[in-house]
Write a protein that binds this ligand. Sequence first.
Ligand SMILES: O=C(O)CCC(=O)C(=O)O
Length: 288
Amino acid sequence: MHTTDNQIGWDEVRVSAEELASGKLKPETIKLAVQLIQVNGYVLIEEVLPRTQVDQLNRRIGDYLEGFMAKHQFSLEEGFHNGTNHIGMYLPFEKPFCDESIIAHPFVTDIVEQILGDDCLLTYFASNTSMPKGTTSQHVHADMGARFGDRCNANLPITHLVVNYPLVDVTEENGPMEVWPGGTHLHPDRYYNTKTVDKSVLAEHMLSFKALMPAGSIMIRDDRMWHRGTPNRSDQPRPNIALIYTSAPNAPQQGGIQIPQETYDGLSDKAKSLLRKEKIGFPVIEPY
Ligand SMILES: O=C(O)CCC(=O)C(=O)O
């Protein structure tokens, strides 16, 4: 919840200049962030990545999005994906995307490991973009389906955390993600079964917020929290890098991120551990 009067939003943790410079969060900052994820379903840390880095990432993703649009013969004017003009696109595991400050940012790993365990894994490497001229919002959804169909009436522990890095300032105009925090991630497991509950109907009667934030912020969210992409009324794409961190017992034995051997060998021990079950020794994918 970005505020213009320098006040801290209720869904944010403020990081001091000292924490930013050292790349190390204080224990009390980690504790607050962890508890906000646990009670609200998400937390924001504003303006962490430097603008120069974010602009470079945004330019590169812009090139890929153009290629993606051309390959799929999508037109902004005619619309696509039910008029949402939203694109989900895997990212190639190469620079500038596979930088340590994205895949193993110390703020993220300190928070995520508290929740998922220090043996957790990075299992998803992709992006979500609200392209201009969309006319409709996505359906309200959780990213995770029910693990036990409609049979489980209990809330289950967190197993997956999504980390989003917006590559432009996210405003009311350019298709912010809308979120339903404070409880949707805490529903009984069966609520994540598409057959048991019509989220779109319920969501109209529930509190929601547009996740506005400056470029280079970090959003960490329980993948069960209900949310949706909204239409982008600006003339520029609004891309989010989207990573998923998964607790070790819930990660697939064989992940799907393709990483060339020499890229893997050049990673930090932390990043190597996060990616240890991915497809190491494979060429980077084409994003479209
Ligand atoms: O980045 C966004 O607007 C969210 C997109 C989303 O939730 C999706 O494509 O499933």
